[in-house]
Ligand binder design. Structure first.
Ligand code: GDP
Length: 438
């Protein structure tokens, strides 16, 4: 018999209320032992919680959700108790004493839900994202995914592929008979062409999904003293809500995470090493700057307006030339025309810079619903499905059995996204994103 698992599901103690969740076949036994009765399904009942020696541990509320209509699909109970470390500890140890009970691992409740078909993998991933969502756009995207947005779409695609394969099977089975109209096959391939188009359109939105989830990456580049650090500090110090101020992945990359109009934007400055006179260190610093710029969604190319020549050559489309220190602009200098001019000292032009960044994000979002591939995993499998489907559709001269095999592979790719097809090795990775208690 599978074990019954339990964990503190609410946040860290002390807190006003702590919620302890229990799931598994022996939930009713646990309630009877600790609470003295099994509460009516899905109703909060006032209760006294005792250990198996009858010692009172706390008073609280008990809820019972009989499976399969529960989060995990098994019997589930929740004990809402006082959020003190001692009360929580006492109840957790009492549960640990019960036969067939053990503490839950990270994400184990969700894993049970997945195993029992209550959620598919995209919903699990959406839940992981929702629990750590920091911005409005992240919350909306994750909520749509938890609600089955991607699941419905991918299930529909899988169904179309299955239907096409079934029709091909039928055609093969009855190919000796004359009464199977040839147009069946035509209909299949026109639908498969349409499906290919649907997947391609969906894939085109992937960069937006990733941006919402992991943040829109803005890199600051420019010669030493162009004003990169000052701009970073200025952005961080403004009253835009700062999500976090974290050191970058390398010692010399400084990153500030901003919430701009509900979008997570990470601004990276690679300034750390450039003042060092050691050539090797400087070179390494430049290499890292280039790497950050290459991986960025947008590059801000900063130039000191008092020293740089305004006619300097233009840079790529995914970058914006930003003239700095405009408070020191000598009246005789020509106007900066279409570029953005800022002063980190006075704050002039910073709002225009922020709107320019937002424009770039919103441009990626045009006509976008929140049903978008949100992870590299989805994108890779969708690309593979596209390529299989493309081959199937485009191979008019190969035997139909071979074309059907390409369709099967495309269906497997879609099945891997939702978790229907061999994903055992993936599960550990996905569920490790969760905390204990979820
Ligand atoms: P970085 O090397 O590109 O990071 O440049 P810094 O941000 O360290 O700035 C270099 C120098 O320019 C410092 O002395 C700053 O105080 C100064 N500076 C930066 N931004 C401004 C500005 O908007 N106005 C003025 N007057 N000075 C600035």
């Amino acid at each position: 018999m599978p074990e019954t698992i339990f964990a503190l599901s609410s946040g860290s103690v002390p807190s006003g209320v702590a919620v302890i969740r229990i799931s598994g076949p022996k939930v009713r036994f646990g309630l009877e032992t600790l609470v003295g009765f099994v509460p009516a399904a899905r109703h909060a009942s006032l209760c006294v919680i005792r250990n198996d020696e009858g010692v009172v541990l706390d008073k609280g509320l008990a809820l019972y959700f009989p499976g399969p209509n529960s989060f995990t699909g098994e019997d589930v109970a929740e004990l809402q108790i006082h959020g003190s470390p001692a009360a929580v500890q006492a109840v957790l140890s009492a549960l640990g004493q019960l036969a067939g009970y053990r503490a839950a691992e990270r994400g184990e409740f969700t894993r049970q839900a997945f195993a029992n078909g209550k959620m598919d993998l995209t919903e699990v991933e959406g839940l992981a994202d929702l629990l750590v969502a920091e911005t409005e756009a992240q919350r909306r995207q994750a909520l749509s995914q938890v609600g089955g947005g991607l699941r419905a779409l991918y299930q529909d695609w899988a169904k179309r592929l299955t239907h096409a394969r079934a029709m091909i099977e039928a055609e093969l089975d009855f190919s000796d008979e004359d009464d199977i109209p040839g147009s069946v096959s035509d209909r299949i391939w026109s639908d498969m062409k349409a499906l290919l188009e649907d997947i391609r359109n969906h894939l085109a939105k992937a960069s937006y999904g990733e941006i919402v989830r992991t943040g829109f990456k803005v890199a600051l580049i420019g010669p030493p003293n162009a004003g990169k650090s000052s701009l970073l500090n200025c952005l961080a110090g403004r009253d835009v809500a700062i999500v976090a101020d974290t050191p970058g992945t390398t010692r010399d990359v400084v990153e500030v995470r901003l919430d701009l109009n509900g979008y997570l934007v990470t601004v990276q400055d690679t300034a750390g090493l450039r003042d060092d006179s050691d050539d090797a260190v400087e070179l390494e610093g430049m290499r890292r700057s280039r790497m950050v710029a290459e991986n960025a969604d947008l590059v801000l190319d900063l130039r000191d307006v008092t020293t740089a020549d305004p006619d300097e050559s233009r840079i790529g489309a995914m970058s914006i030339r930003v003239w700095t220190k405009i408070d020191r602009l000598p009246a005789s200098k020509p106007a900066i025309q279409q570029d953005i001019g800022i002063s980190s000292k006075t704050g002039d032009g910073i709002d225009s810079l922020i709107s320019a960044i937002l424009d770039r994000i919103v441009a990626k979002q045009s006509n976008m619903s929140e049903v978008v591939p949100s992870r590299g995993r989805h994108v890779a499998l969708l690309q593979s499905a596209c390529s299989e489907l493309d081959t199937a559709v485009g191979s008019g001269n190969v035997p139909i059995e071979v074309r059907a095999e390409y369709l099967r592979r495309a269906a497997d790719d879609i099945g891997r996204i939702t978790g229907k097809v061999d994903v055992e090795d993936l599960l550990g990775v996905i569920f490790s994103e969760f905390c204990v208690g979820k």
